[in-house]
Design a protein around this ligand. Structure first.
Ligand SMILES: C[S@@+](CC[C@H](N)C(=O)[O-])C[C@H]1O[C@@H](n2cnc3c(N)ncnc32)[C@H](O)[C@@H]1O
Length: 194
């Protein structure tokens, strides 16, 4: 089966051109983006969190699946990266951009939990994992990518990924599925409360 996505967010070409011009190479790939669209669409009034906005390609895929009532918060450390996303997507009132350290944000956040968390940076994945998982609502989804070995990985990163997968799969309150697809994904769903 050819698994190339057939539909793309309308905002993507302009975002991608600016991303390329900025030399940013960490955007999610199209297959991961298409999954973000589907997962966002499954939560019609969903509260969605993205950790690591980058230049906004993942944000665009999420917004493309979201209903009018769904809301997205996206957090990014680097103002220059997020500026691209803000300029291209900021007119969409469903998204709130937060500029700052994702770890600090996770520690300070005291609002309602999220139905979908795309943890696409260090905090919420390699640090602050328990805090990010605590913010997933019962029945909610936690998604991470970039789990398959890449040529540019820093020394020891493979071991960190293995540790992360182990920690997630040991959680009794989440069910996990590893997806050997795109950049290597893990999707975890928090057990619903009976
Ligand atoms: C993999 S990229 C995000 C890509 C984006 N989610 C997408 O799908 O297109 C990771 C981003 O995390 C940001 N970042 C790094 N450390 C961070 C931190 N401590 N808090 C928030 N963002 C951080 C980087 O600047 C980078 O833009």
């Amino acid at each position: 089966m050819d698994d190339t996505p057939r539909r793309f967010p309308a905002a993507l070409p302009a975002l991608r051109a600016r991303t390329r011009a900025a030399g940013f190479i960490m955007s999610c790939e199209d297959r991961t983006g298409s999954l973000l669209t589907v997962l966002a669409g499954a939560r019609p009034e969903g509260r969605i969190l993205e950790l690591g906005t980058g230049t906004g390609e993942g944000t665009a895929w999420l917004l493309d699946g979201m209903s009018a009532a769904a809301r997205l918060v996206t957090v990014e450390l680097e103002p220059a990266h997020q500026a691209v996303a803000r300029e291209e997507l900021g007119s969409d009132e469903r998204v709130t951009f937060v500029q700052g350290d994702g770890g600090a944000w996770l520690e300070e956040y005291d609002g309602a939990p999220f139905d979908l968390v795309f943890a696409d940076t260090w905090p919420g994945k390699f640090t602050h994992l328990d805090r990010a998982l605590d913010l997933v609502a019962p029945g909610g989804t936690y998604l991470i990518d970039d789990l398959d070995p890449q040529p540019g990985w820093p020394e020891g990163h493979g071991a960190s990924v293995e540790r992360l997968l182990g920690e997630l799969e040991e959680r009794k309150d989440f069910r996990c599925v590893r997806l050997a697809w795109a950049s290597g994904l893990l999707m975890a769903v928090r057990s619903p409360v009976d």
